[in-house]
Ligand binder design. Structure first.
Ligand SMILES: Nc1ncnc2c1ncn2[C@@H]1O[C@H](COP(=O)(O)OP(=O)(O)OP(=O)(O)O)[C@@H](O)[C@H]1O
Length: 849
């Protein structure tokens, strides 16, 4: 194979040096010729897994190793040279392993991550293969012999278990190692599925698991070649067009017009191959042709009608007088049971004459049906619109600040006046002209640039009225559609959300191809810049208290997204560069470009293709597309480890480059001090950091359902912060005022909380996530908003209830504000912020909760 691709990278064999050359965006496979590379070595074949590449060396008879195979691999966990007794015919890569097929005896040898795949221990030693193809955690091969049946093996128990958990999002008859009992010409492997081309009719057949929204494999078409991606497969249509077609999920949307089923080689084709003659003529030179391998035998139940010739493959036919398979029955007509194969033209003619009236009736019926349904739909929509307009006219209430912000109201309004939808959604954000922002940032000059993301550059700017802002300008790419999507997601979400620890959107600009978002300027940049700065002073600026405060604040922002926004929002890209720090070192969660509105019930996950940042990606989401709010919890766990250790989520300069794999064993062993950032002095009492490390460890558990929810994480972090600060710091509020505007979910939450009170225990940092007591921060951390006030109220009473004692003594709250004076004031604030629900809002609440 001269071209192969892994996760975010592609490699090809260079024509001149016959060495691999890679490009793309992978931290494991660098651009260029992979290193280390032995000079002068040439390769015959390459194959790439998720994060690795293997290349089969061309045999070098001069070195006397004629009967050995040498394979060089590079990338995650695989960089080494592997030597095997015997010659490999081909090599093939799964996600985390590689296999080779020996040419002399058809046996297989595999190497790589055995724990993830069990591939080596499951190799069928007694079987001989003609060809093999590996997918995610399995290998399928076509067995030698007349039958050409397929045999697959390999699995990950862990994955299988996860798939069964996520069964609602996968479909499939069984696991991928249960191949259908069919003779096949070729087979390929995806992540949890495999597909093959059937011998009988060259149609495709797939098995294993696929994601629910996947499109099914094509039927009734012949294909020449197939290739598989993680969750999709593509094939080249054999008969007419040589057009590629894909099925499954997540395949490329723009496909080339026609694809040659092989390379053009000089005529004549070698023995066992036939010339591929096609009207599209894939080969330019008249003396070259694509040579395709002749099939070696006819499948069971068929017999040879003509042998392999120079320009045609072996032809096989069914014996219609003795059909034993469904394929045979469908190929033979009842009127012709004695003949071997019914001539196609005759068969078609008769078929059409019988079927035509039926088709005509069906089409007339379908047209009538569509007409009636459309008419009914139009009448229904008209009726609804009329009703809503009536409700609006009836409503005497002018749009106040709060009711406009209410998501439910946005929904209803959008139904009433579709033309005003955009206006309503982005009502809080001001529209800027491009010129205004260009002036504010000095023409987007380089010195104004404060950061750069994958899809945008961020500039510092000063508006005419003196407001300092950050202007995020989407990098103008050919894919304006993608830019616009992320732009609108962020614009839409930020316009609806409002929380002290979410970055505030001030405005936007959408002119021509330009997409700009205007935010409050965060004077201290991102948490990433602080934690990973080469400047030790910048690192030290965030001492332990500041770091943990930032963690608490970020957790609150995310908790708001999950628990109080309606519908809940899954951020999908929680990482240190998306936690921004303002002048007073308060944290704001930013970058909603990838966010999704989740299902109201977090136990029903979204099947979304993975997006996010490597190192922070929830494995369950990454592998299974199982996306819930717990995916954000995983990323937040990685962020906590980053805060504690000062290490990047993935840092290949360390032997254990992945922060989770490095830190979790140490936390589990109780050795938290060894993961703490050496740039900071260890605190006198490391208990608080130990608690945070435990929270982080729970957040990064493999299964989402074993991770705590964000509200529990926040509670535990707040408690740790109190431990960390001791008495002396408790005089001043360290967390700024939260402002949470109306969310209907709120009402449910608070009532749930009060009804749950009796079940609550003390600490999520102790084992067992069902411990429900939500310890809340002491009152000097002010919560004059709805959520916060309610929390505070319940916290005080909950704290009072633990073991019948108050917790004051235990945690030494210091200047606790009693439930008297300030508490009353806070409740008044609450009423001012959230007015009583309007009739429409009440209706919405009743309807939804
Ligand atoms: N409001 C802001 N104030 C100050 N600096 C900001 C602001 N917003 C972003 N930045 C800086 O710009 C950088 C890039 O931000 P952006 O959100 O575009 O990308 P990212 O999240 O780092 O990367 P990606 O988009 O690839 O996930 C941030 O890391 C931060 O340093």
């Amino acid at each position: 194979m001269g071209l192969t691709a892994g996760d975010g990278f592609v490699c090809g064999l260079l024509m001149d040096s016959a060495q691999p050359y890679c490009w793309g965006n992978s931290i494991y496979i660098q651009m260029g010729v992979p290193q280390p590379m032995v000079s002068g070595v040439i390769y015959s074949e390459i194959s790439a897994g998720d994060h690795h590449l293997c290349a089969l060396r061309k045999p070098d008879n001069r070195r006397g190793n004629a009967n050995t195979s040498l394979v060089d691999c590079w990338g995650y966990n695989m960089t080494a040279s592997y030597v095997f007794d015997g010659m490999f015919k081909l090599i093939t890569a799964g996600s985390v392993f590689n296999c080779g097929l020996f040419s002399d005896n058809g046996t297989v040898s595999c190497w790589g991550d055995e724990t993830g795949s069990s591939i080596t221990s499951l190799i069928p030693r007694d079987k001989r293969f003609r060809r093999i193809s590996a997918g995610g955690y399995h290998v399928c091969g076509i067995l030698e012999g007349k039958d050409s049946k397929v045999f697959c093996w390999g699995r990950s128990l862990d994955l299988e278990e996860q798939i069964s958990v996520a069964a609602a999002y996968y479909r499939g008859e069984g696991s991928v190692d249960q191949a259908p009992n069919e003779s096949m010409v070729t087979v390929v492997g995806g992540r949890f599925h495999a597909c093959g081309i059937k011998f009988s009719d060259h149609g495709v057949i797939c098995w294993g698991f696929s994601i629910k929204k996947s499109t099914p494999p094509p039927t009734g078409v012949k294909v020449y070649e197939v290739a598989a991606g993680d969750y999709f497969t593509c094939g080249v249509l054999a008969e007419k067009s040589l057009q590629p077609i894909c099925w499954g999920l997540g395949f490329p949307s723009s496909l080339p017009m026609a694809v040659s089923p092989g390379l053009c080689v000089d005529l004549p084709c070698s023995e066992g191959f036939y010339e591929f003659n096609h009207e599209t003529q894939p080969c330019k030179s008249p003396s070259t042709r694509v040579c395709l391998p002749c099939s070696t035998a006819c499948p069971v139940g068929m017999y040879q009608t003509s042998s392999c010739t120079r320009d045609s493959d072996r032809q096989c036919g069914f014996n219609c007088s003795n059909c034993a398979s469904a394929d045979c029955f469908s190929n033979c007509t009842s009127s012709n049971t004695s003949s071997v194969v019914v001539p196609v033209k005759k068969k078609n003619g008769k078929f059409w004459s019988m079927q035509m009236p039926v088709f005509v009736i069906e089409i007339v019926f379908a047209v009538l049906f569509v007409f009636v349904v459309s008419l009914a739909a139009c009448l229904y929509v008209r009726y609804k619109l009329h009703k809503y307009q009536f409700v609006v006219r009836e409503s005497s209430m002018p749009p106040t600040k709060n009711n406009g912000n209410h998501p439910s109201m946005l929904k209803e309004n959008s139904k009433i006046q579709p033309d005003n939808l955009d206006e309503i959604k982005i009502r809080r954000a001001r529209m800027f002209t491009y010129e205004e922002l260009e002036t504010a940032t000095g023409g987007f000059k380089e010195e104004s640039q404060v950061g750069k993301g994958s899809f945008s550059c961020v500039f510092k700017g000063v508006l005419k009225d003196g407001t300092v802002v950050a202007v995020k300008r989407a990098i103008i790419s050919a894919d304006l559609k993608k830019n616009s999507k992320e732009f609108h997601t962020e614009l839409d979400l930020l316009s609806r959300l409002n929380h002290a620890h979410l970055l505030n959107l001030l405005g936007y600009c959408e002119e021509g191809g330009e997409r700009l978002l205007v935010y409050e300027f965060m004077a201290h940049g991102s948490l990433h810049q602080h934690l990973h700065s080469k400047n030790p002073k910048l690192k030290e600026q965030l001492d332990w208290v500041k770091r943990v405060t930032i963690a608490v604040q970020a957790a609150r922002g995310i908790e708001y997204l999950h628990g109080y926004a309606c519908p809940p929002v899954i951020h999908r890209d929680i990482k240190s560069s998306n936690i921004l720090i303002d002048e007073e070192h308060n944290a704001r969660v930013s970058d909603f470009g990838l966010s999704l509105l989740g299902p109201a019930d977090s136990s029903s996950p979204l099947a979304e293709l993975p997006a996010g940042t490597l190192g922070y990606l929830d494995p369950e989401y990454y592998r299974l597309h199982y996306l819930t709010t717990k995916s954000d919890v995983y990323s937040f766990g990685v962020l906590l480890l980053e805060i504690l250790s000062g290490r990047k989520a993935i840092d290949m300069q360390f032997e254990e480059g992945n922060i989770v794999e490095w830190a979790v064993p140490q936390i589990k062993a109780g050795d938290v001090s060894s993961i703490l950032d050496p740039a900071l002095k260890h605190p006198e009492d490391p208990e608080a950091l130990r608690k945070i490390a435990n929270v982080a460890y729970k957040c990064v558990r493999m299964r989402g359902k074993d991770r705590p929810s964000m509200d529990k994480v926040t509670t535990a972090l707040e408690q740790a912060l109190v431990f960390l600060m001791g008495n002396h710091c408790s005089e001043q509020p360290i967390l700024p005022t939260e402002v949470v505007l109306g969310s209907s979910r709120l009402h449910k939450k608070s009532s749930q909380r009060s009804s749950n009170r009796s079940e609550m225990t003390t600490d999520i940092t102790t084992e067992g996530d069902d411990q429900r007591f939500e310890f809340r921060a002491p009152s000097w951390i002010t919560f004059p908003s709805v959520t916060s006030s309610q929390r505070r109220k319940s916290s005080v009473s909950e704290a009072d209830m633990v073991d019948g004692k108050t917790l004051e003594g235990k945690i030494n709250i210091g200047n606790v504000v009693g439930d008297g004076g300030d508490g009353v004031m806070m409740m008044r604030c609450l009423e001012e912020e959230i007015r009583p629900a309007s009739p429409q809002e009440s209706l919405f609440l009743q309807h939804n909760f």
